[in-house]
Write a new protein. Structure first.
Lengths: 252, 202
């Protein structure tokens, strides 16, 4: 401090800078002692210090928005969706388009190409052969899903604060389905009860809602807390009607 | 670049291996490294984003931040901490939100915007303290609204410094890393921002 002007000669912004640094604990012990000594002799400066301290307290007490539920999950999902294919290539160059916009652009380009082919290719326009359905489609394999205890379940508020549980869900192929279900990212909530091990039949409505979860095969259903099955949606490859799928849930 | 197959639902309990191990894991092709980074830092980035653009649009900023981080992590050299690196990205995304490119992008990207005239913090500031009288709660609400207005009215360079230091609790060094400015400049911007707030609220 000896190389700088005496504090008593500092006015305005320099004093505010010292006071600000003092409030942040950024002064050395010697500097702090010198400042406090000065403040003891200058009521106006002391008042200014008190006002700044009050502002700082008000700032620290200013509440902020709570982190949205399952934010990290949604972020990871979005990164996964946008980190592959054309979307990822565009993202590298700072062009961020929503999946819907990207789909729209691709569809539009496809239509342009199709119209062009139809116009210039005399053989275009013949009906394509019906696709062969694969009755031996394999499942997508195990998917890890985390279940969060819900205060709306049977245990009510007692469920709050319970840790989320990790479960593995294996999507099983069904003989009556022509193609496998594909994991998508829409959300739904269906109450299921801990523990979840067992095989379940889910009824998936055309709009993506799971309207029922029915356990089949031996499944223990303890009901001490209610869990909401969230963020697990199956995108039907044959939309338009309710679809039945089976999932096997086992502890991770 | 490894593809991410995320767990659809984030557990509240996870093991944080630290910045270096998470980054190393991700760059080695293990996607859980990036998932861990998201789980560890998403709340912090959301908090900053909510301060910068309001709670309604904050999640968009978080998404954009981590998407950029995903593609930029291989270039991260560790000169700053992962935290300040992510904060810097979030800050840039928040600033870009008001730029020309952002206005064009809005034509394509669905964004949840607060209605004109709607105070996005009204719910937060109107939260009632059960131990206080109605008059005290009303005064608290009023004080918070004035303070938020004063923060928003700060010149951008002072507002950012005050938000990072006084609202987000970053150290001077961390603020300097986020803003890529010398510590001395950080000190003076924070001091000046606080002084302006004091004048505005007196």
């Amino acid at each position: 401090m000896s190389a700088r002007p005496a504090i008593s000669q500092l006015l305005g912004e320099d004093l505010d800078l010292l006071l600000s640094r003092s409030l942040d604990g950024d002064l050395s012990p010697e500097e702090e002692a010198e400042l406090q000594g000065y403040l003891a002799t200058d009521p106006a400066a002391r008042h200014r210090s008190d006002e700044l301290s009050e502002i700082l307290g008000a700032l620290k007490d200013l509440p902020n928005a709570s982190t949205p539920f399952a934010l990290a999950t949604r972020v990871n999902t979005q990164v996964s969706e946008r980190s592959s294919g054309l979307g990822a290539a565009l993202h590298r160059y700072g062009v961020f388009l929503s999946p819907a916009a990207l789909t729209g652009i691709v569809v539009a380009l496809g239509l342009i190409v199709a119209v062009g082919l139809f116009t210039f290719n005399p053989r275009a326009g013949r009906p394509a052969a019906a696709p062969v359905e694969d009755a031996d489609a394999k499942s997508d394999g195990p998917v890890t899903v985390f279940f969060q205890p819900s205060a709306n379940g049977p245990a009510g508020p007692a469920a709050r604060g319970r840790a989320a549980l990790a479960w593995s869900i294996e999507i099983l192929p069904l003989a009556r389905m022509a193609a496998p279900w594909k994991l998508a990212t829409t959300h739904f909530e269906v109450p299921v009860y801990e523990p979840l091990e067992g095989t379940y039949n889910l009824t998936l409505e055309p709009d993506g809602r799971v309207s029922s979860v029915r356990p089949i095969a031996p499944a223990e259903m303890r009901t001490d807390i209610g869990l909401l099955l969230r963020s697990l949606v199956f995108e039907p490859l044959k939309p338009g009607a309710p679809n039945q799928i089976e999932v096997r849930i086992s502890a991770r | 670049m490894p593809s991410v197959s995320p767990s659809p639902y984030a557990s509240e309990q996870y093991d944080w291996p630290g910045d270096e191990r998470a980054v190393t894991r991700f760059l080695a092709g293990d996607v859980t490294g990036f998932e861990q980074i998201v789980r560890h830092y998403s709340a912090m980035i959301f908090s900053l984003a909510a301060r910068l653009v309001g709670p309604v649009d904050a999640e968009d900023i978080v998404q954009e931040t981590f998407l950029r981080a995903y593609h930029g992590l291989e270039k991260f050299r560790g000169e700053s901490s992962l935290k300040t690196w992510l904060y810097a990205i979030a800050l840039n995304r928040a600033r870009a939100r008001h730029g020309t490119l952002a206005r064009m992008r809005e034509l394509f990207v669905t964004s949840r915007r607060a209605a004109p005239g709607e105070d996005p913090y009204s719910v937060i500031d109107n939260a009632v303290d059960q131990t206080a009288t109605p008059e005290e709660n009303a005064m608290t609400r009023q004080r918070r609204t004035r303070l938020r207005g004063a923060i928003q009215s700060l010149p951008p360079e002072f507002r950012t410094a005050v938000i990072l230091r006084d609202l987000e609790g970053l150290s001077y060094q961390e603020v300097a890393e986020v803003l890529s400015i010398p510590i001395g400049t950080v000190r003076s911007r924070i001091a000046r921002g606080r002084s302006i707030l004091k004048e505005a609220l007196s």
